[in-house]
Write a protein of this length. Structure first.
Length: 494
């Protein structure tokens, strides 16, 4: 299956690199296949995730699927940040978890469990394959041990806790292409820090205060700094160096440079000319989903979360399609029209897949592929191998689905194989699944069908006035009648 070598863009070197696994396995021994170990920074579970966050996990999932397509056995960790970190990236400001707990009148622990479950439900709705989800609160003892091992050489204490001195490691900030001492002023910065970029390894609870989530440590009662957990869980579950570390592009600036500095300190490795000294061989970042009206911000009342899309009648996988239509390193602008177009594209694919399945006689038995299909298989593999070019891969999938004079069972088999990378779930979807009733709709599906049946009778009797009246009546209730729709839809909710 391995045709084109898999090339991935490493943010650390800012270049495309051929993926060479840390654990190549034993060639020819099916019991020791080559492995790929991936760590993805997960959510802080103090609130629902917005669809921008979910783009990061759709990207990481597609990466994992591509590695499997290339024959690697995948171990993929997405951590759950259930210790409240603070409201800025620099890990300063208020504790998000405790703030939400106070607002909702629940414990911080309940808040974390609730939003983790909601996050996992969203992942499933987007066909994200199951992954390991370690919780930060389960690794606090390991974080304290890590802190102890680096404290002497790399840290200093202030009243507010233990801080990492970024000048003690070589090449600090290379990932962000930033200077250590860029004079950048940070909101709510801590007095006494040696360098502007120094960050907390341990945050001591201020005297006279108690937090719901706090632990004893050699640096007083308090909580770990946010950056520490990913270093610790990455090392514990995947071992250094592991293959790939991913996150959203914002993490390239502060969170990941800080993780890298901690890893260098812990492993006693020095400069980053050898990327493995950072803890991972390749660092990958997805660009942002943007939305101009500010509906992505969790502080705005109704923000863009997957459930809102569903409430408006868009199947969650239309959002996955929308993500795949853009390259992960490009910014993607959200619009309802764009989401509608992605849904229509998905519907077409589902219908073509179903048609091929209906025509297929039996299951495709692996044998020499028809020439057209072999060409498309190579094209698909090349697209994915070129830093996950999913927009191109989707086009190739569509070409497979529209092949003429090719055994339908081969089309079904290869469309299914390609979809194992894209994750649209074509084999399990039907046209009907994709038609969701918006929450605000007042008319039921049965009523719509009944009205359409009456309209059909009126038209058959050439009573066009009655037929138009029914059409207008439906329009008044938000239902658009779709005469002559190429996909064969009779109506949609407008
Ligand atoms: P957070 O819970 O804020 O750490 O975010 C979870 C993940 O979503 C991180 O990998 C972020 O980099 C990523 N992320 C946040 N906002 C967006 C966005 N608008 N588009 C894409 N990814 C995002
Ligand atoms: Zn992280």
């Amino acid at each position: 299956m391995t045709d084109a070598p898999l090339k991935l863009f490493n943010s650390l070197t800012r270049s495309l690199e051929v993926f060479e696994p840390v654990h190549p396995g034993v060639p020819g021994d099916p019991a020791s296949p080559p492995e790929a170990r991936v760590y993805t920074c997960g959510p802080t579970v103090y609130n629902y995730q917005h669809i921008g966050n979910m783009r990061a996990y759709v990207f990481a999932d597609t990466l994992g699927r591509a590695l499997q397509w290339k024959g690697y056995r995948l171990t993929h960790v997405v951590n759950i940040t259930d210790v409240g970190h603070l409201t800025s990236d620099a890990d300063e400001g208020e504790d998000k978890m405790e703030k939400m707990a106070a607002r909702e009148g629940k414990s911080a622990w309940d808040i974390a469990r609730y939003y983790q479950a909601d996050f996992e439900a969203d992942l499933a709705r987007l066909n994200v394959q199951p992954k390991q989800h370690p919780r930060a609160t389960e690794y606090v003892a390991a974080m304290i041990d890590w802190g102890k091992s680096i404290a002497d050489k790399h840290c200093y204490e202030l009243d507010s806790g233990l801080y990492f001195d970024v000048s003690t490691v070589a090449d600090y900030g290379r990932l962000a292409r930033a200077q250590t001492d860029d004079g950048e002023s940070r909101i709510g910065d801590v007095e006494g820090k040696r360098n502007a970029a120094d960050f907390a390894i341990w945050r001591r609870t201020p005297p006279g205060e108690t937090r719901q989530m706090e632990w004893d440590s050699p640096w007083g009662r308090g909580a770990p700094g946010w950056h520490l957990e990913c270093s610790v869980m990455g090392e514990a579950l995947l071992g250094f160096p592991f293959d790939i570390h991913t996150g959203g592009i914002d993490h390239r600036e502060i969170h990941h440079p800080n993780e890298i500095a901690q890893n260098q300190a812990y492993c006693c490795t020095n400069g980053l000319d050898d990327p493995r000294n950072s803890g991972a061989k390749i660092w990958m970042h997805n660009n942002f989903l943007v939305e101009r009206s500010g509906k992505m911000s969790k502080s705005s009342g109704e923000f863009l979360r997957l459930q809102l899309l569903v409430d408006r009648g868009y199947h969650p996988l239309a959002y996955r399609m929308m993500c795949l239509q853009a390259h992960y390193r490009s910014e993607l602008e959200f619009s309802w029209e764009g989401l509608g177009a992605a849904l229509t594209r998905l519907k077409r694919m589902v219908m073509a897949y179903q048609n091929a399945k209906a025509k297929a006689e039996g299951v495709w038995i692996a044998r020499a592929l028809p020439e057209q299909l072999e060409k498309l298989r190579i094209a698909f593999d090349a697209a994915i191998a070129e830093d996950l070019n999913t927009p191109e891969a989707l086009v190739v999938l569509e070409q497979v689905l529209s092949l003429k004079k090719v055994d339908s069972s081969a089309i079904v088999a290869w469309a299914t194989a390609f979809d194992s990378v894209l994750g649209l779930g074509l084999a399990d979807l039907t046209r009907a699944d994709l038609r969701l009733r918006p929450k605000a709709a007042t008319i039921t599906e049965v009523e719509i069908e009944a009205a359409l049946a009456r309209r059909k009778e009126a038209r058959a009797a050439k009573d066009f006035a009655a037929s138009d009246a029914i059409r207008d009546e439906l329009a008044g209730q938000g239902v658009e009648v779709m005469d002559g729709d190429p996909l064969g839809w009779e109506w949609k909710l407008s």
